[in-house]
Structure formats: structure tokens, C-alpha cells
Ligand binder design. Structure first.
Ligand SMILES: [Mg+2]
Length: 233
């Protein structure tokens, strides 16, 4: 029997709009502030380690990233980082919170096509304030039946959300660029997963593709979602 998919979950960062790109630009700015103290590579390694540690406490949004940059600056300068460099790091973080948000190619036409036929749920994690701002600034909120900003994209999260907004995970599909947070936990919750790779995948999102999962699909871009659904139905 063909599956009856009623509900589609969409990741936001690097699925509906660019995100990793902004972090890269800010990271470049951060590196340039500390060139007198250390080389790029050890600095990036310190920063990544700080993000991993801090992600657990502050989440993976701009706030956690800013704190991680400050922590890294203190580490690599053995506590001697000047206050004006800290001030510039804070400014770089604040600038990220006011950047424009433009939908990625195919996003709007795809949501328009699917709207009405499926319940569309935007599911994103990160800083509450920043995610709310991006949802509004993108202008995409009008296409969604629900927007959920969650602390963690875990198996229970997907179970709960696909039951709250749809007919349960078995009749839902999660669409996103991250195998680790969009696809693998959604599959484990019993949903379908459509991986839409983004060219500059964030390092912490790296994970292997699932093997032998018949609910796993990979598409080149988000505009292929309607075709995938037609093929499955
Ligand atoms: Mg994403």
C-alpha cells in the first residue's frame, strides 16, 4: 500500500534560507581580529571545540557562537585579549542578528505547490529570538500551518510535533539539509526523511547517510519535493 503522507516538516537554516554562509563570514572577521595572536587553523579548531562544548548549554545559534568566539579569544591569547577585540566580537555577533534573510531557490514555488495538499510545519532549532526574526524576515511564515522553534531536534521532538500538527510520524516527512538533526532522528521516529544537501554543510552536521532505510530519500534541491511525493504516493 502506498504511504499516506499528510504532513511535511521543513528545516529552515540552509534548507529554506542561507545560514552557514553567515557564520563563515563572521568567522573570517573573527580570524582577522586575532591574526596577531595565532594562525587560522588552530584558531578554527579552538572555535569548533568551544562551539561543541557550549552548544549543550547555549544552543547552536548566534548567542552560543558569540560566546564561543569570546571564549576562544581568551584561550588563544592566554587571557590577554584586549577589550576592544572583545567589543568587536560582540558587534560581529550582533550584526548576525540583523542580517537580511532571503529564501533559497525553489523554496517559495515549492511551498506554494504543496500548501493545502499537506500540512506544512517549519521545524527549526537555535536562538528563539533569532529564529523568530528570520521566519518573519523571510516572508515564508504565511505558507506554513505551524512554526515550531525547538531546543533540540531529537526523536521525541519529531514524534511530538508530527502528532501535534499531523497524523503522527508514520504519515510525515521531514525535509532538511542536516542528516544529523533533520533526517536521522526523523527516520528513527518513524517518519520519512528527504535530505536536501547544502553545499557548505556546517561541520557539526556531518553524519553518514543511513543504510538500508527505505524511508530515506535524497534530492538535489527542495524543488524536487513534489516529484518525490508523487513518486511515493
Ligand atoms: Mg539546516
Amino acid at each position: 500500500m502506498p504511504p499516506n503522507i499528510t504532513t511535511l516538516g521543513f528545516d529552515a537554516d540552509d534548507t529554506l534560507w542561507h545560514d552557514a554562509h553567515d557564520f563563515r563570514l563572521t568567522e573570517d572577521r573573527f580570524v582577522s581580529l586575532l591574526t596577531d595572536y595565532t594562525d587560522r587553523l588552530p584558531l578554527e579548531e579552538h572555535l569548533l571545540a568551544a562551539q561543541r562544548r557550549n552548544g549543550l548549554h547555549y544552543g547552536h545559534g548566534v548567542r552560543g557562537f558569540t560566546l564561543s568566539m569570546i571564549e576562544t579569544a581568551i584561550e588563544v591569547t592566554s587571557g590577554k585579549v584586549p577589550a576592544d577585540v572583545i567589543a568587536e566580537i560582540l558587534e560581529a555577533g550582533r550584526d548576525m542578528l540583523s542580517r537580511p534573510v532571503a529564501p533559497l531557490p525553489h523554496v517559495e514555488e515549492t511551498l506554494k505547490t504543496l500548501r493545502g495538499a499537506y500540512r506544512l510545519v517549519l521545524i527549526t532549532e537555535g536562538d528563539l529570538f533569532d529564529q523568530q526574526r528570520k521566519v518573519t524576515a523571510s516572508g515564508l511564515d504565511a505558507w506554513f500551518d505551524a512554526v515550531e522553534i525547538v531546543a533540540e531536534k531529537s526523536v521525541p521532538t519529531y514524534r511530538t510535533l508530527f502528532s501535534r500538527h499531523g497524523s503522527g510520524p508514520a504519515e510525515a516527512m521531514m525535509i532538511g539539509n542536516s542528516l544529523k538533526s533533520d533526517i536521522l532522528p526523523a527516520l528513527e521516529a518513524g517518519a520519512f526523511g528527504a535530505h536536501v544537501p547544502y553545499h557548505a554543510t556546517w561541520t557539526r552536521d556531518e553524519a553518514a547517510e543511513p543504510q538500508g532505510a527505505d524511508r530515506f530519500h535524497r534530492i538535489d534541491h527542495i524543488g524536487k519535493v513534489p516529484q518525490l511525493l508523487a513518486r511515493l504516493g
